[in-house]
Design a protein around this ligand. Structure first.
Ligand SMILES: Cc1ncc(COP(=O)(O)O)c(C=O)c1O
Length: 479
């Protein structure tokens, strides 16, 4: 497997705006669906579990709702209803009907009544800010779930990565080897500290970092490795840990997308000395925004928790002390706290995680059955020693397939799609001179198709059918 060349990345001033998170055009249906008799209010967000639309007037979210982790067999979309339109409005009306009835979003956060009830409890508690009772309960639950020395609830995974590097003592000029094929949060975090991200190429079959590439990039300035569980599939931690041990490097698991995955029987999030999770709205378990740092060493967790609150620790705790304690600011910290509102949502989401993973796995298995024989694309490979969290489902299109045209066809059929994830080394922000050919190739050829815990069987089948037709329609024969 080729390793990235040119391990050094020139440093640039920070401040470049982050790239858009994704080019996805999909979302859950609007708060109030104009073509249904929904009882959703603009405040209630995505449909709650058990929310049942009037059958003849389904809105987009309703078509994605199902109670069972097993697929619900959905009926074909009903014909447009309503009165006849005047001819000049016909085209616009058809568009509206189509988008409101047929849409299969790329992603959908399964948030419902239980999460709302948990939020109501936080409102009643009087402490909606961070590091309060709800945040502490989430941290205790995470610590237990991962058998960790400590868990810290933070505002997002990017913050967790930053805090991890600070706690591990990364200094300006240090080199940190990062997986290349990923949302480039790891490289951003390295740059926050004026350290140098060194991009390691990835395995072609899984998109996870290639351990041989990592080994080839170690220099006397290397201090650590950030592996990524790419869109939900764990990296090769046995090999990566061996490299880290051999060279006395730290190893961080970026498990942003992998909550619920496993590697050799262990949960993603417990595969390295520090792991960073994301609870962003596009992840498998979500509080809208959010994240966590999980550490085997309680001191790393304690340092991260302190820095996540401007270096002075829990303001809630200080409010419980009788007297007038005045904390001193002894170090530079950040406001990276997760609000107790989000923490309450996350506790419910983690209780529902198994159900989400079961449904996503069933969707992935069905896509696999339907698409495995299609020569113009490759379905994801999951090595036998690990399980996927299916944060995204990405197919790799054959060379010669016009990806943009395929995505256009999918979107024309009201099916969400996106490019997958990024080759970090080609992002201008990093001004890298490295080459990571496998990652660059996946960045050109991967395509994400709908994946979430409320996709129905018939939606999955429709996506596969439209995708198959599209790849066949947009292939240039190879000469
Ligand atoms: C691998 C990876 N790491 C980190 C992040 C950043 O997560 P967050 O949005 O919680 O900061 C993402 C976001 O998609 C990601 O995919």
């Amino acid at each position: 497997m080729p390793a990235c060349s040119s391990p050094r990345t020139p440093r640039t001033p920070s401040g470049t705006p982050p790239p858009n998170r994704c080019a996805c055009s999909s979302s859950a249906c609007p708060p109030r669906c104009t073509s249904c008799t929904s009882r959703r209010s603009p405040r209630s967000g995505p449909p709650a579990r058990g929310w049942t639309p009037t059958p003849s007037r389904r809105c987009a979210a309703a078509t994605t709702s199902t109670r069972s982790p097993r697929f619900a067999t959905s009926r074909p979309p009903p014909p447009p209803t309503g009165r006849r339109r005047r001819p000049e409005h016909k085209a616009a009306q058809m568009t509206t009907d189509r988008s409101s009835m047929d849409k299969i979003p790329l992603t959908h956060a399964s948030l419902g009544e239980r999460e709302l009830a948990a939020v109501a409890e936080v409102f009643a508690s009087g402490w909606p800010a961070g590091q309060g009772p709800s945040g502490k309960a989430l941290e205790a639950g995470l610590k237990e779930r991962y058998g960790a020395g400590g868990a810290v609830a933070v505002s997002n995974c990017g913050a967790a990565l930053h805090l991890a590097l600070l706690a591990l003592g990364v200094k300006p000029g240090d080199e940190v080897i990062v997986a290349d094929y990923t949302f480039p949060a790891p490289a951003h975090a390295v740059r926050y500290l004026d350290a140098v991200p060194v991009f390691a190429d990835v395995r072609a079959d899984t998109g996870t970092v290639d351990a041989q590439a990592v080994a080839a990039l170690v220099t006397p300035r290397t201090v650590g490795i950030i592996a990524v569980d790419t869109v939900g599939i764990p990296a090769d931690y046995t090999e990566l840990q061996a490299i880290a041990d051999r060279h006395q490097l730290f190893l961080i698991e970026d498990a942003a997308c992998a909550v619920g995955a496993t590697y050799q029987g262990r949960p993603a999030g417990a595969l390295a000395e520090v792991a960073c999770l994301s609870f962003h709205g596009r992840k498998g378990a979500s509080s809208g925004e959010g994240g966590a740092l999980i550490a085997t060493d309680p001191d790393i967790a304690a340092a991260a928790r302190r820095r996540a609150s401007f270096g002075i620790g829990s303001i809630f705790d200080q409010g419980q002390v009788i007297g007038l304690p005045i904390p001193e600011f002894l170090e530079i910290g950040y406001n990276y706290k997760l609000s107790d509102i989000a923490a309450a949502i996350m506790q419910v989401q983690l209780e529902r995680l198994e159900e989400f993973i079961a449904h996503r796995s069933a969707v992935a298995a069905r896509y696999g059955e339907l698409l495995a024989d299609e020569e113009l694309l490759t379905v994801p490979h999951v090595p036998a020693d690990r399980t996927h969290a299916w944060q995204s489902y990405m197919v790799t299109l054959a060379k010669g397939v016009d990806r943009a045209a395929v995505a256009t066809d999918l979107r024309a059929a009201n099916i969400g799609s996106f490019h997958g994830t990024w080759a970090s080394h080609v992002q201008p922000a990093f001004e890298s001179k490295q080459v990571c050919p496998v990652s660059a190739d996946l960045f050109q050829r991967n395509l994400g198709i709908p994946m979430h815990a409320e996709l129905t069987m018939s939606q999955t089948e429709r996506v596969a059918e439209v995708l198959r037709k599209a790849v066949r329609a947009h292939t240039t024969p190879r000469t």
